[in-house]
Design a protein around this ligand. Structure first.
Ligand code: GLN
Length: 190
């Protein structure tokens, strides 16, 4: 049986738990680093990346998360994508720094704080309703990163080996194909 952890410090935690369970896998809300030993893969939810980072530091999560992500699949959504990135535009801040990409926070601007867009996700969905909430975009990626989805020249989903990231909230549209894709990735490696 596959168990997916959902980092439970801040943000859209419960929605990811529901999406994982809807896909037939077990979900565990992770609130302390030792719980990482109990899961086969980890979702880092959307929320507010600076707030999540403060809690990561308060609970000594940074190194355990990094070590986990080097070994096992991690799916970062929205703020979780920012946590995975190697570079954040206009900032010296690096969180896990493992997925080779430059991200720009709040990149759609105030006029489009939150919106839905139907996107094509390579090999996963032709018509995925992607929910964006004060979303980042991926400005550029390294050679080993596979671009899965874009809106014009804005990259919104990528994969690098067992690391997956989306600028949108895949758990909110009632369409679980992106979560299923991650669970498959975890199953292959578990
Ligand atoms: N704007 C948030 C940040 O910069 C991300 C928004 C989200 O996760 N929905 O962390």
């Amino acid at each position: 049986d596959i168990t997916i952890g959902v980092l439970g410090l801040q943000g859209a935690v419960r929605e990811h738990v529901q999406a994982v369970e809807a896909c037939g896998a077990n979900a565990l809300v992770i609130k302390s680093p030792s719980q990482l030993n109990e899961v086969d893969g980890l979702i880092m939810p959307g929320g507010e990346s600076t707030a999540i980072r403060k809690l990561i530091d308060a609970y000594a999560f940074l190194e355990p998360l990094r070590a986990f992500a080097k070994e096992k699949p991690v799916f970062g959504t929205c703020a979780g994508l920012i946590l995975l990135a190697t570079h954040i535009r206009n900032s010296d801040m690096v969180h896990l720094g493992l997925l080779d990409m430059t991200v720009e926070r709040n990149a759609f601007g105030r006029q489009r704080e939150s919106f839905e867009e139907t996107i094509h996700i390579k090999g996963i969905a032709e018509d995925f309703t992607a929910v964006f909430i004060r979303a980042p975009i991926i400005v550029s990626v390294g050679d080993d990163v596979d671009v899965l989805a874009s809106i014009g020249d804005r990259i919104v989903a990528v994969q690098q080996g067992h690391l997956l990231a989306t600028a949108f909230h895949p758990e909110l549209a009632g369409d679980h194909r992106m979560t299923e894709h991650f669970i498959k990735l975890v199953s292959k490696q578990a």
